[in-house]
Design a protein around this ligand. Structure first.
Ligand code: C2E
Ligand code: CA
Ligand code: CA
Length: 527
């Protein structure tokens, strides 16, 4: 990948990684904020309506008592006495009195007073005045509800005088007969009142407010509460204030990590090339055992890369890169050189021992490959059949190359193994047409033995197939005695895996073999 594309991609990933969680958190907190504000508005409106309804019931009952005592002449001492008692017994009513025309002729607190015109009829026979002043409280405003000449005087703020700690919340009580609130506090848009329609309650958002309206079940009235959205915005703002720096730091870290990894990835081919030049590769050898005797009859050479930093890189990471970037032929040459250095003349002493090396498709196309192998064996004083060339099914895809190369390798006496068998798609007839010696059963099939999984049956078919092709079998990745027994009973000759030994330096292989065979077969013959 080109550097600018990597930088652009990194930025894109980082921006998405920062932006999406922040956007989500803020929108969630906004949604939650609106829900909370709606609940709050509905709570206030219900509270206000509760007080308004209570006030209404006290008015009906107080004025009812006065009307029931009609026998007394209005404004007689007995009638005024009753007014005082009604006044005292109701907590919400400021005063009660008798109205003649638009004049309060007498009341529980004494004196006559002009009330002014009736504002509207709040119900059958219920006359309502919304804004009346009295000499006993000159700077305050009162509502007067009059039924059948008797009137109750109520403080205008009474219904909205709730225990409310948020002064910005608007409250109102209004009669359904009039668009003008009977009692109100804060900003009220008259259009809000019309939104109730025929519903018992509505909650909606309008501009800067969440508004709730609740209708009275008993009276022709309703209450309204409006909570400013500023509260919601403040909350989201707080959340953003907390999340944005956090997201920014996380995003920068992530971008750095992505960029670092991308750069490492881009630099890998160059690093593999340098590793080949600097000699940073070495080999471990995994023993291959005869399942019948348990004897170590050979090894597989497995390449490792120790970087100058000390980090050990697994072949599964760098082999594909070497293959992609035209470095694999050089790598195989290096492996051959390492085998020569590690194994030395060991094979001359143990002529039945073999070393397996992994070769890639590109090696088959390399005209020098064949001669390199022969030269290395000559220097090691080994025979061609001491070497097994392991090639995957993938490596045999091109039938032309596969047939000629494997044919000529066989003619020279090298053994050829088909590696990772079962993971490709080679047909039986195709494999038959190739000159092969060994079939290595892939680890995935060995793992499945005894698990009861559908794949566990496959190993039996592979064994049958190898028999038909007259190939020797090497099972890979044998980790348990049960797997080893299963394979041995079914005629698999060889195996490798952790049960027998993990990949190790060749010196350990040599020590093991020499210990068991001492004195060695050649030395014994000579002696
Ligand atoms: P492979 O040829 O199938 O090698 C066997 C892999 O299985 C090795 O991994 C080995 O360490 C691992 N193994 C052996 N026994 C067990 C076991 O009992 N359990 C488990 N879980 N694993 C086991 P390694 O060394 O990491 O090699 C990975 C692959 O890299 C090899 O697979 C081979 O395809 C490739 N490779 C290794 N060395 C070379 C090389 O020199 N040249 C080329 N072209 N490819 C190589
Ligand atoms: Ca192999
Ligand atoms: Ca394999």
């Amino acid at each position: 990948m080109k550097r600018p594309i990597v930088v652009l991609l990194t930025l894109l990933i980082a921006c998405t990684a920062i932006g999406v969680p922040i956007w989500f958190a803020i929108s969630q907190s906004q949604r939650h904020g609106i829900e909370t504000a709606s609940d709050k508005a509905l709570g206030y409106a219900t509270d206000v309506l509760f007080r308004a309804d209570d006030t209404g019931r006290q008015i009906l009952s107080g004025l009812g008592r006065l009307r029931a005592a009609r026998g007394e002449a209005p404004c007689s001492p007995a009638s005024i006495d009753l007014m005082r008692r009604v006044d005292l017994s109701s907590s919400y009513i400021q005063a009660v009195g008798y109205v003649a025309g638009d004049i309060l002729a007498c009341s529980s607190i004494g004196g006559t007073h002009a009330l002014g015109k009736v504002d509207y009829l709040a119900g059958p026979g219920m006359r309502f005045r919304g804004d009346v002043g009295f000499p006993f409280a000159p700077d305050q405003s009162f509502m007067v509800v009059e039924i059948d000449h008797y009137a109750a005087i109520i403080h205008k703020d009474l219904p909205i005088d709730t225990a409310n700690s948020e002064p910005d919340v608007s409250l109102a009580v209004f009669s359904l007969e009039s668009p003008v609130p009977a009692s109100q506090r804060g900003h009220i848009d008259p259009r809000w009142i019309t939104r109730l329609g025929n519903a018992n309650e509505v909650v909606f958002t309008d501009g800067a407010y969440v508004v709730a309206l609740v209708r009275s079940a008993q009276f022709r009235s309703a209450a309204l509460a409006a909570v400013p959205l500023r509260y919601v915005r403040d909350r989201s703002h707080d959340v953003a204030l907390f999340l944005v720096p956090l997201g920014l730091v996380a995003g920068i870290l992530l971008a750095w990590a992505v960029f670092y990894l991308a750069q490492q990835q881009m630099a890998l081919p160059a690093a593999v090339k340098a590793a080949l030049r600097r000699g940073e590769l070495f080999l471990d050898y995994q023993p291959v055992v005869d399942l019948r005797t348990g004897q170590w009859i050979g090894v597989e050479a497995l390449v490792r890369w120790r970087r100058s930093t000390g980090e050990l890189v697994q072949p599964e990471l760098f082999i594909p890169i070497a293959e992609e970037h035209g470095l694999i032929v050089r790598l195989t040459q290096v492996v051959l050189e390492l085998v020569e250095r590690d194994v030395g003349d060991f094979l001359a002493h143990y002529p039945n021992f073999h070393v397996g090396i992994n070769v890639s498709p590109a090696d088959f196309h390399d005209p020098g490959f064949h001669d390199n192998l022969k030269a290395a064996l000559r220097r090691m004083r080994a025979a061609p059949n001491n070497l097994i060339l392991e090639v995957t099914e993938r490596g045999l895809l091109d039938p032309e190359v596969a047939r000629t190369t494997s044919g000529s390798l066989r003619t020279s006496g090298f053994a050829v193994a088909i590696d990772d068998f079962g993971t490709g798609y080679s047909s039986l007839s195709y494999l038959e047409s190739l000159a092969l010696d060994y079939l290595k059963i892939d680890r995935s099939f060995i793992e499945a033995i005894g698990t009861g999984a559908p794949i566990s049956q496959v190993v039996q078919h592979i064994i049958a197939m190898a028999r038909d092709l007259k190939l020797c079998m090497i099972a890979e990745g044998v980790e348990s005695q049960a797997q080893a027994d299963f394979l041995r009973v079914r005629g698999v000759q060889y195996a490798q895996g952790w049960l027998f030994g993990k990949p190790m330096p060749f010196a350990e292989i040599r020590a093991h073999v020499e210990r068991l065979h001492a004195p060695g077969p050649v030395a014994a013959g000579a002696g």
